[in-house]
Ligand binder design. Structure first.
Ligand code: EPU
Length: 338
């Protein structure tokens, strides 16, 4: 079960070379508990990999790399208007979205084709086209490394925000390992079509009264067209979060650039388009050796072939420095950077 010196190249969607000192796959909390009782890997905390689609490895990992592979799916409480569904952390996210639509649930269609696993999804509260996963999360079950048992965290305890949950806090990151997620999925509900471009895509498909399945198809078409496919060119989706700034900073930017994309982000706050800022700096398609900024979407860093994690990180810092110099705005990486 426990392997030594394992290459992680095929386990991260950037496709960069890095080695795990220890590597294991486990499929239950009991297996996890006995693995973590092994002195060789008990400390420091393991690096838990989902689909490896939100990760930049800039060096070897001198500790345990762990994959939780249980992908069971079970309806635990069928209600009249919605059902409570438990899904193992190891299930592929898109497969779960497809399952939900095939079984008559509504809500996850905007989140089609996001790479990664169900277990990773709540950690950064994945979102796309106007929907964030937190809307459907009922609870997250975790293995607690300190207490050596599982605990169920209800939605409100998870502190969800834009690309954020409590599982990203320094004091919690190493403590909890997600083992399954409970979703409350409606049997019917309103479609979320506010995101710019989504209605246009549906119109282009010749659909004027869309159902959930049509939205799913439109999102798949948009993503396939706009975002580079990690199977063809190494990438981790959006590399930076869209920066949330004060109203003053947003107003100053808009005074000079009235077309800059900006969205409401709570009282006195605006969310800006990081892709737009990077694009304005002329960095779309920028390349430093085999590491670069996608020519398709300015928010995505890409590995053109043999880039190392350190090469990609150098490009990331160049992008940050250029945007800071031009606009005075700091971009924060979205993936986990090791
Ligand atoms: N834009 C540019 N240049 C580009 C690409 C986009 O100027 O090269 C502009 C667009 O015109 C638009 C704005 O930037 O006005 C935003 O672009 P887009 O609609 O593509 O979305 P995004 O804000 O860049 C976010 C998420 C994506 C998600 C899409 C759709 C983040 C960090 N990213 O991207 O999530 O799929 O919205 O909802 O919030 C991910 O997290 O990995 C991810 C792909």
């Amino acid at each position: 079960m426990l392997r030594e010196h394992v290459s992680l190249k095929s386990m991260n969607t950037f496709g960069v070379e890095a080695e795990a000192r220890w590597y294991a796959e486990v499929a239950s909390p009991a297996e996890l508990s006995s693995l973590l009782a092994d002195d060789r890997v008990a400390d420091p905390a393991p690096l838990v990999l989902g689909g490896g689609s939100n990760l930049l490895l800039t060096r070897d990992v001198d500790r345990l790399v762990l994959r939780y592979v249980d992908d069971h799916l079970r309806v635990i409480a069928p209600g009249r208007d919605s059902h409570l569904i438990e899904v193992g952390a190891g299930m592929n996210w898109h497969a779960f979205v497809a399952w939900s639509l095939a079984n008559g649930y509504v809500g996850l269609e905007n989140l089609a084709l996001i790479p990664g696993t169900v277990g990773a999804a709540p950690i950064q509260n994945i979102g796309a086209y106007g929907v964030e996963i937190e809307r459907f999360v009922n609870a997250v079950e975790v293995f607690d490394r300190e207490r050596r048992c599982t605990t169920l965290f209800k939605h409100d305890f998870c502190d969800f925000a834009y690309r954020w949950s409590r599982f990203k806090r320094d004091e919690d990151r190493d403590r909890y390992i997600v083992v399954n997620v409970r979703f409350r999925l409606p049997r019917r509900g309103e479609l979320q079509l506010d995101y710019p471009g989504l209605r246009d895509e549906l119109a282009a498909m010749g659909i004027d009264t869309p159902g959930a399945r049509d939205v799913f198809d439109a999102v798949c078409r948009l993503r396939r067209r706009k975002l580079p496919d990690p199977a063809l060119i190494g990438n981790a989706g959006s590399f930076f979060k869209n920066p949330i700034v004060s109203g003053d900073v947003a107003r100053a930017l808009l005074a000079n650039h009235p077309a800059a994309p900006n969205f409401d982000a709570g009282p006195g706050r605006r969310k800006l388009g990081a892709a737009w800022l990077i694009d304005q700096c002329g960095l779309k398609g920028y390349r430093d050796g085999d590491a670069g900024v996608s020519a398709q979407h300015a928010l995505v860093l890409v590995n053109h072939g043999r880039a190392s994690g350190a090469d990609l990180w150098r490009v990331a810092r160049h992008v940050q420095a250029t945007v800071r110099a031009r606009f005075g705005i700091d971009l924060e990486p979205e993936p986990v950077v090791i």
